[in-house]
Design a protein around this ligand. Structure first.
Ligand code: DAH
Length: 330
């Protein structure tokens, strides 16, 4: 005869002192497994009373095993917690930074904001009117050709310059106007170290009473000294643009040799920067301004070459290749 009280006592003690999941499993097999004395006895039960006693023992032991199992898991977790050192440095997320072209755009915007100009956004998909006609561009001008410009349809194109922003602004408000607009422009050029079919320009427009070429030159000088340093000189040369009269192109002294002449500026001492001029009366008429009342200047220049110069990047296409080894340096 088995002493079931003693069986229960022993099993209780062993379950309680099982120190690991494996040890607990051993105890469970010994006292509750198919070949345990308890299970064998249960299979041979003939009378109701013995059945009830043995089943009560089985139930209690099963419950104790389950409880001990839970306690062991909990202990395991606590042990793991003790080995977690919360003072260790975490894994730092990789932080990106602004693309060098975006950096230049932000800088240019800052300079204009400092001058009291407003930065306006304009669209990249434009009408032929805003890109050419309103800017007094003659119908015969070669840049209108499908070989030079990306057309969406006969009346719609990807803007070839930010001068479209002048028209958009003047169409929607009255002078005085002091705005700059920056963004992407598109031309059907074959990519080369000095040009890509998609590049960036900034356009400035001032419309007020009594504006002269002197205001234009003063603004350019201020802009380039803010951009490249206080020692820079600016020179303007006569030129032609259909939307300005008179028109000029402007250069800045080379940042490497300060004008003395070096390989970088091809021994000229100067860098060509962009075009400018006094707004042509025909443009004012196209947007409904009275050219006798209002006067203004405008200028535009490419930003990609400035960024390339600033970082001594020999090939503008590198800005577009998204090679992190290049971009991460700036
Ligand atoms: N839009 C001209 C270009 O892309 C640059 C330019 C010249 C802008 C003269 C102007 C300007 O505002 O007055 O080549």
């Amino acid at each position: 005869m088995i002493d079931w009280n003693a069986y229960l006592e022993t099993a209780r003690g062993e379950i309680e002192s099982a120190a690991s999941a494996a040890a607990l499993d051993e105890v469970r097999v010994r006292h509750l497994g198919r070949r345990s004395e308890l299970k064998r006895a249960l299979r041979e039960v003939r009378d109701r009373e013995t059945g009830m006693t043995l089943n009560a023992i089985r139930e209690e032991l099963e419950q104790l095993v389950a409880e001990r199992e839970g306690a062991l898991v909990q202990e395991e977790r606590l042990r793991a917690d003790e080995t977690l050192d919360v003072t260790l440095p975490g894994k730092r997320p990789r932080r990106g930074h602004l693309h060098p072209l975006t950096q230049i755009c932000r800088e240019v915007e800052d300079i204009f904001l400092g001058l009291g100009y407003e930065i306006v956004d304009s669209r990249e998909v434009e009408t032929v009117w805003h890109n050419f006609d309103a800017l007094n561009q003659p119908l015969t001008h070669p840049s209108r050709s499908h070989r030079d410009t990306f057309y969406v349809d006969d009346d719609t194109l990807l803007r070839t310059h930010t001068s479209t922003g002048q028209i958009r602004t003047m169409e929607s408000r009255q002078p005085p106007i002091y705005i700059a607009t920056l963004g992407r422009v598109y031309r059907r050029d074959t990519p080369s170290p000095r040009s890509t079919p998609n590049f960036h320009q900034v356009e400035a427009l001032a419309v007020d009473r009594g504006i002269t070429l002197a205001d234009l030159k003063g603004t350019l000088m201020y802009f380039f000294r803010a951009m490249f340093g206080p020692d820079r000189e600016v020179r303007v040369r006569t030129s032609f643009f259909p939307f300005t009269e008179p028109s000029v192109e402007f250069d800045v002294t080379c940042f490497l040799c300060a004008g003395a002449g070096c390989v970088f500026c091809k021994h000229s001492g100067w860098f060509e920067m962009g075009g400018a001029g006094v707004v042509d009366p025909a443009v004012f008429e196209n947007v409904g301004y009275d050219p006798d009342e209002w006067s203004g200047f405008a200028w535009g220049l490419g930003l990609d070459r400035i960024a390339a110069q600033r970082h001594a990047i020999p090939d503008i296409r590198m800005f577009w290749e998204n090679d992190l080894r290049v971009l991460e340096q700036f």
